[in-house]
Design a protein around this ligand. Structure first.
Ligand code: FAD
Ligand code: NAI
Length: 469
């Protein structure tokens, strides 16, 4: 029986980062992964059917849409023709290259890769069953559970990956739908809805709440909804789906107002169900070490330790935002704690990004949260329409809003909607890690002309001296 300092179950951003960090720290480590969606490549949801393929399609479809509209304004006359199979092929090539990259990093850091279904089999033991049905037992001083999550289901809506798809199906539709109904105005619905909208589908989004993107600052969400509506999205808010009937040619969805009222039937070529994800612990053997998941299926932890000695849990399978960088952060902290170091995650500074056009990015508290806490704050705001780089690039939708403590001026939240804001939010993450005041950003020289100047101008606005708007 192989003896390990750490055995990790799951090879997604939680698992693979934990394995690499363990290897770096000289721990004897194995990573057990069963693969996603029938394959056996590393990288979990994120690389195989999540972050990476979705961003590949978002980028390609954004280029397609720009070629069809914005290029002409720049003096480039083209008539773009969609080659969907090439768009899908380049997505698959990028994904393969990235998953191979993790294999390389495992070799570089002396991580033993074990392909198969991992199961806790009592204290310090992990049983792995491979595709041929052969069982191997690994002996571990520490076991890290990083088994991730899967799409949440909805009664009455059966995902068949044919006409009614989840995010995995929506990443590989065989043709551009004439019409796509999306259930859930969250991140997946709006990102993948954007992909198919840009390629020509009529997209209608049915959302239970009276707003899109719960968790996003309300003012930003309103601007975001307006921008998406301008792009041709239709939103049916405060509406609940009560059933879906798929046929060879399409789907009929029955929808009711949440407040009660007449049922209506919506028809479309395809339906995308995207109402959240739930932790994945199927066949994991948690009971063998006495771990009981909470009511929603998450493994409860205290500093990544579960209730079972020597068993840890990180990433989507534990509480907190279901984001790849949150899983990565926990991976490093968990392994460093196992290695006797001081592992730490600052949960208040986990940024969120929606990779649409405009992009939306935020970190820290929203205005609604600060109001609910009764915390006195000041806000500074700057529109991209007044930013010179955004203006010459014809990308003037959106703004930057900075929230700072009314007394100490410490930055409490940054909310960005506009061009390339996914790349800019990191500046505020660093500033907030250093507990910077808004004045620190306002008095930091930023390069001209860049969109990042909007970050500085908004910070100036906290003290009322925005100069360029
Ligand atoms: P996962 O990535 O789910 O990995 C878990 C791994 O464990 C999988 O390989 C699974 O097969 C394996 N496994 C499970 N059980 C066992 C077992 N018993 N034995 C062996 N192996 C097992 N997040 C972002 O931050 N940015 C994005 O842009 C983004 N885009 C997304 C787009 C989509 C369409 C989706 C669906 C998700 C997206 N996410 C994004 C979320 C992100 O993918 C997850 O937060 C992240 O993958 C979680 O990492 P994890 O390691 O906890 O779990
Ligand atoms: P989500 O939690 O972002 O959004 C789900 C939406 O569905 C919410 O607006 C919710 O109110 C709505 N909803 C719930 N039940 C409903 C019902 N019965 N009828 C209609 N609407 C309903 O979940 P989503 O979009 O499925 O994404 C799952 C997770 O994946 C995200 O929370 C995020 O953590 C991760 N993700 C991250 C991305 C990124 O970082 N860019 C991209 C894609 C996914």
């Amino acid at each position: 029986m192989a003896q390990y300092d750490v055995v990790i179950i799951g090879g997604g951003p939680g698992g693979y980062n934990a394995a690499i960090r363990a290897g770096q720290l000289g721990l004897k480590v194995a990573c057990v992964d069963k693969g996603v969606n029938g394959g056996d490549t590393l990288g979990g949801t994120c690389l195989n059917v999540g972050c990476m393929p979705s961003k590949a399609l978002l980028h390609a479809s954004e280029m397609f849409a720009a070629a069809g509209s914005e290029f002409a304004k720049l003096g480039i006359d083209v008539t773009p023709k969609l080659n969907l199979s090439q768009m899908m092929a380049q997505k698959a090539e990028s994904v393969t290259a990235l998953t191979k990259g993790i294999e390389f990093l495992f070799k570089k850091n002396k991580v033993d890769r074990v392909i198969g279904w991992g199961r806790l089999a009592g204290a310090g033991k992990v049983e792995v069953v491979d595709a041929a049905g052969k069982t191997t037992t690994l002996d571990a001083k520490n076991i890290v559970v990083a088994t991730g999550s899967e799409p949440a289901g909805l009664p009455g809506v059966t995902v068949d990956q044919d006409r009614i798809v989840d995010s995995t199906g929506a990443l590989s539709l065989p043709k551009v739908p004439k019409s796509l109904l999306v259930i859930g105005a969250g991140i997946i619905g709006l990102e993948l809805g954007s992909v198919w909208r840009r390629l020509g589908a009529e997209v209608t989004v049915v959302e239970f709440l009276d707003r899109i993107s719960p968790g996003m600052d309300a003012e930003v969400a309103k601007t975001f909804q307006r921008a998406l509506t301008k792009q041709g999205f239709t939103f049916k808010l405060s509406s609940k789906v009560t059933g879906a009937k798929a046929s060879k040619s399409g789907v009929e969805l029955t929808v009711e107002p949440v407040a009660g009222g007449a049922t209506e039937t919506l028809k479309a070529d395809y339906v995308l169900l995207a109402i959240g994800r739930r932790p994945f612990t199927e066949g994991l053997g948690l009971e063998s070490v006495g771990i009981t998941p909470d009511k929603r299926g998450f493994i409860p932890t205290d500093h990544w330790k579960t209730s079972a000695p020597g068993v840890w849990a990180i990433g989507d399978v534990t509480l907190g935002p279901m984001l790849a960088h949150k899983a990565e952060e926990e991976a490093v902290a968990c392994i460093e704690t196992i290695a006797g170091k001081a592992g730490h995650v600052n949960y208040g500074i986990v940024p969120s990004v929606v990779y649409t056009a405009p992009e939306v990015a935020w970190v820290g508290k929203t205005e609604e949260e600060l109001k609910a806490e009764g915390r006195a704050y000041k806000a500074g705001k700057f529109p991209f329409s007044a930013n010179s780089r955004a203006k010459i690039n014809h990308e003037t939708d959106g703004f930057v809003k900075i929230l700072a403590d009314a007394v100490t001026d410490e930055i409490l939240g940054a909310h960005l909607i506009g061009p390339s804001v996914s790349e800019m939010i990191g500046e505020y993450c660093v500033a907030m890690e250093f507990r910077a005041a808004s004045e620190d950003v306002a008095r930091t020289c930023h390069p001209h002309p860049t969109r990042s100047e909007a970050l500085r101008q908004a910070a100036m606005g906290v003290e009322g001296w925005t100069m360029q708007a």
